[in-house]
Design a protein around this ligand. Structure first.
Ligand code: ARG
Length: 573
């Protein structure tokens, strides 16, 4: 149990109440935890909150279990009636040296060291859907964001004790494939040697020609119909488009160190859609709209609370919405996909779409969705300084450029042959993404991502390298048996590290779908460590042993924290 939980449990038992909270104080120097129980109860008891708090403190000071983790001498009343707690020195030392000594569970390999893990999601299942690029279109910078954030969320929930799976919801179906097929057939093209970029241009060109040539529109419609009906040539072109695209996408995944257990593209759901549409109609959830289209209205007490969604178009074709409904059905019914929590990492322009999808799923499958949580984690727009990126008109900023240039950018910057420049640059891209809240829009700047001073991967990685170098001398077995008591500045750093060691950082970040809380924390650790090392000698000091334990915990904490963000630190810089 965490210290916070032990405090909560004690208060609950001793005062027989649940109406209180134990929190981190806004000012770190005040205490480790503060509780408002006296303020909450004062009215019912008819006492002044400070007075009540004093009485409570006296009782708490007698608690044996609390004494193991909290410094009883230092429990005190503060402000209008808060009760403040400090973690006990011995306990702090034990926890931090535990981090240094690797808390390895039996059967775990070294790479699975559980520093920082939590168990708040134990027994739960989570599915994270992310990346989800579109076949025959460039992997956009938006998909890059989704891939990086989605992977971090996956890691955070895994570190929260849940059992995890992921799914890459490829955009491999829809009327745009009619245009590609028609374009390929028209010019009798061999697309097997084409790049995704060229495939996209093919589609874009065809699409622009459609506006002054209605015949082409008919051709594309007819080609998509053939694809739906299983026509051999249409299928062949479609499959080639998938192969060509996946080859490129897989290279990106390899560079990013991302892999998927499931890759169910939209086409997978084709067969399931008819039945879902019928069910929605039968239950009166879908109603006929204009010109034979089917729509879903969202009304409560005769009032529309959300714009209607298009389920079937007037020409009878199914929509993105229909496919998302089928996706949910598959996930709810298939064992390996089934989960308590479904996380969708998709751009914020699809916010309304997901609200509509989740709401419709709850209307259609009320029992199956009763205990299920659907969350859309939406990311904002990422632009390069050159200007806005849009996929529609084919003027996408090339992701390849960003990643391909990565190595060069970093090489200029690191200047040393020894350093894995490409890895550092990819790390910098990832961290630069994860250090801010997903929904924010931002402009990507290499000088920011690679900044040696500032909230960047190189800065944090450098603190790691520095710490690691110092602790080469540390003998873990020996220090594990030592009784470690930190003093002064050591103690402050240890208190910060304790938050990670107890799983608090992982828990906060996972609960809030906010990898940036991990990033912000790591930045804090790196800064505090640098300041500590500037003022304090480690090797050769009379407090060498304690400080080595501390510095090792810094190194291991940064390494594991970065790993949660999908970043493997480099050992040399
Ligand atoms: N392929 C879509 C896009 O690029 C994203 C898919 C998101 N996931 C979903 N279940 N609709 O916009």
């Amino acid at each position: 149990m965490k210290v916070k939980e032990i405090i909560e449990k004690t208060i609950k038992e001793v005062f027989n109440t649940e109406s209180f909270s134990v929190d981190r104080p806004s000012e770190e120097s005040r205490c480790d935890f503060a509780c408002n129980v006296a303020m909450v109860l004062s009215k019912t008891v008819g006492k002044n909150p400070r007075e009540l708090a004093e009485e409570m403190v006296e009782k708490l000071k007698k608690d044996k279990e609390l004494a193991l983790v909290v410094d009883l001498e230092k429990i005190e009343v503060a402000g209008p009636g808060f009760i403040n707690f400090w973690v006990r020195d011995e306990y702090l030392g034990k926890k931090i040296s535990g981090v240094s000594g690797f808390r390895v569970k039996p059967g775990m390999t070294e790479s699975e060291i559980e520093i920082g893990d939590s168990d708040w999601m134990k027994g739960k299942k989570v599915l994270v859907e992310y990346s989800s690029p579109n076949i025959a279109k460039r992997f956009s910078v938006g998909h890059l964001r989704s891939t990086i954030i989605g992977q971090a969320l996956f890691n955070l929930y895994k570190a929260s004790g849940a059992s995890l799976t992921n799914d890459n919801h490829l955009g491999d179906w829809g009327t745009q494939f009619g245009m590609i097929i028609a374009a390929v057939e028209e010019e009798n093209l061999d697309i097997s040697k084409m790049s995704v970029g060229e495939l996209e241009e093919l589609y874009v060109r065809f699409n622009t020609r459609i506006s002054d040539n209605p015949d082409l529109k008919e051709k594309a419609r007819e080609a998509f119909l053939r694809l739906e009906q299983g026509d051999a040539n249409a299928r062949k072109i479609w499959q080639l488009a998938i192969d060509v695209s996946m080859k490129e996408f897989n290279e990106i995944y390899k560079k990013l160190g991302v892999s998927f257990e499931n890759m169910y593209g939209e086409s997978v759901y084709e067969q399931m859609m008819l039945e879902i549409i019928e069910d929605l109609k039968r239950k009166g959830i879908a109603t006929e709209g204009e010109r034979g289209a089917y729509i879903i209205k969202f009304e409560k007490n005769g009032k529309e609370y959300m714009p209607p969604a298009m389920l079937v178009k007037s020409d009878g074709s199914t929509t993105y919405m229909t496919r998302d409904m089928a996706t949910i059905q598959k996930r709810l019914t298939e064992k390996k996909l089934n989960a308590d929590l479904y996380i969708y990492e998709v751009g914020s322009e699809q916010k309304l779409h997901f609200r509509q999808v989740f709401e419709t799923a709850r209307m259609l499958w009320p029992n199956e969705t009763k205990d299920v949580r659907f969350v859309h984690v939406a990311h904002g727009l990422l632009t390069l300084p050159e200007g806005k990126m849009s996929t529609r008109k084919g003027n996408t900023i090339k992701l390849e450029d960003l990643i391909a240039k990565a190595g060069d950018e970093a090489r200029d910057f690191v200047k040393s042959e020894d350093v894995d420049a490409e890895k550092m640059a990819i790390n910098a891209i990832k961290y630069n993404e994860l250090r801010r809240s997903p929904e924010l829009n931002y402009v990507f700047r290499w000088e920011e991502a690679l900044a040696m001073e500032g909230n960047s991967a190189p800065y944090i990685n450098y603190a790691y390298v520095r710490a690691k170098k110092i602790v080469e001398k540390l003998e873990t077995e020996k220090t594990q048996t030592l009784k470690i008591l930190f003093e002064g500045e050591e103690r402050d750093l240890a208190r910060l590290l304790m938050r990670f060691a107890e799983g608090e950082i992982v828990e906060d970040a996972a609960k809030n779908f906010a990898p940036h809380l991990v990033a912000g924390y790591l930045f804090e650790v790196a800064k505090k460590f640098n300041a500590f090392y500037d003022h304090n000698k480690v090797l050769g000091d009379s407090r060498e042993k304690e400080r080595l334990v501390l510095v090792n915990a810094v190194a291991e904490g940064i390494k594991k924290g970065m790993k949660l963000l999908g970043i493997e630190v480099v050992e040399k810089m």
